[in-house]
Design a protein around this ligand. Structure first.
Ligand SMILES: *Cc1c(COP(=O)(O)O)cnc(C)c1O
Length: 399
């Protein structure tokens, strides 16, 4: 037995700890289903023409699933390119040994960052001549061509060259000797809206604007260039949005962003959120549950205390609005969701015990709960639900 020092100063020296064998399934965890990802990519790709490539969007740590696992299975499913948001995300994928082309969807604007991008063989998104000149100089410095994608703004007003100046800039960039234009793209603002196929919709207007540019740059001569516009929603709308590459995030993870679901397309959630029952208690009628006493029992109630809370990324405004699955049955969450725990009404169940595993997101039998369900109750979108999950939740890979 080691005698520990009793002075009260932190000395940041060594301290014997024994946490390395804590079970990742000890309280709450995210189960990442590699096979589901692979199958989703394969099913989605079956909707594309043969010459259309699939870029798997793995930004924000693969929408919270673990970018390494997602990249591996997406590539197995046939993804030929990867998309990340940041320089660091791209470098991380390279450090894992990912060899596929990687596009950084965010903007890099310093020479320092663009050099790091270049050295790691990451393609930046370029939205101005200024950035392009930096890239050309870097290419010159290394005696190579700097591969990159040009982005044009067709109505998102976020990144991208100004639409009216694009052709002029494109011609100029073509003459830069140390630049290789690998792609030209734009991003849609409203492809998941119900009216996206309406000829007067923003989505159709953006598509027409993009097409108009492509006509002017004579694609026959530039047919090596990847042309891409579609996110998940646009990919699922129809082939007019596909060009020769699509950038797919949400639907690859198993959720359609469209309200009208294509019955010929099966998507399987790749993420299950599971939690252990940490404690069970029975309360009398008329007893407060959780902070603020927002829930009061109206009968003798058996409560399961689950070890997950808003510090894990479950939105607090879902308090009292969600259900939890145990063996093909749904149980309502009651009272305020706290930082580290939440309570569930399990009255009538004798099966659920301390240490039982309940499902917050995922399915069991014919019961399914998805981030789309949570998003509706939480007044947000499924994308935000997925990337809210914190590192406190271990990601556990299953097939
Ligand atoms: C995130 C992102 C995507 C993927 O969007 P999904 O709707 O999740 O498919 C595509 N393109 C760009 C530029 C993005 O930032």
């Amino acid at each position: 037995m080691q005698i520990r020092q009793t002075n009260h100063e932190f000395n940041f020296g060594s301290y014997p700890t024994f946490g390395h064998n804590i079970d990742p399934k000890q309280r709450a965890w995210i189960e990442v289903r590699g096979k589901a990802l692979e199958t989703n990519v394969r099913n989605l790709r079956s909707k594309l023409s043969k010459n259309c490539q699939f870029m798997a969007v793995v930004k924000a740590d693969g929408y919270g699933h673990d970018a390494k696992v997602v990249s591996e299975y997406a590539i197995r499913g046939g993804a030929s390119q990867l998309g990340v948001a940041t320089l660091k995300e791209g470098v991380k994928l390279r450090s894992f040994g990912v060899k596929k082309p990687i596009l950084i969807l965010g903007n890099l604007y310093t020479k320092r960052d663009l050099i790091i991008s270049f050295k790691n063989d990451l393609m930046p998104t370029i939205s101005s001549i200024r950035e392009c000149l930096i890239c050309n100089n870097i290419g010159k410095q290394f005696g190579l061509k700097f591969s990159l994608h040009l982005k044009v703004d067709t109505g998102m007003s976020r990144l991208g060259f100004e639409y009216s100046r694009f052709i002029q800039n494109f011609e100029k960039i073509k003459s830069f000797e140390n630049i290789l234009i690998e792609g030209i793209y734009s991003h849609l603002s409203s492809a998941d809206e119900d009216n996206a196929l309406d000829p007067k919709s923003i989505t159709q207007l953006q598509r027409l604007k993009f097409n108009e540019l492509l006509k002017q740059i004579n694609l026959d001569r530039n047919n090596e260039i990847k042309i891409h516009l579609a996110n998940s929603a646009a990919m699922l709308l129809n082939k007019d949005f596909h060009f020769n590459m699509v950038r797919v995030g949400l639907s690859m993870y198993g959720y359609s962003p469209l309200t009208k679901i294509d019955k010929n397309l099966s998507l399987e959630p790749a993420l299950f959120l599971k939690v252990k029952v940490a404690f069970i208690r029975t309360i009398e009628p008329g007893v407060n549950v959780s902070y603020g006493g927002k829930f009061v029992s109206c009968r003798k109630t058996k409560l399961a205390v689950l070890s997950i809370g808003y510090a894990d990324g479950v939105p607090r405004n879902l308090s009292g609005k969600i259900k939890v699955i145990y063996k093909n049955k749904l149980y309502p969450q009651v009272g305020s969701i706290t930082m580290d725990q939440m309570m569930v009404d399990i009255t009538g169940s004798n099966e659920i015990k301390v240490g039982s595993t309940m499902i917050l997101l995922g399915s069991d039998g014919d019961k399914t709960i998805t981030p789309i369900d949570w998003a509706k109750e939480s007044d947000t979108i499924p994308w935000e639900i997925l990337c809210s999950f914190k590192n406190r939740l271990p990601r556990v890979q299953v097939d």
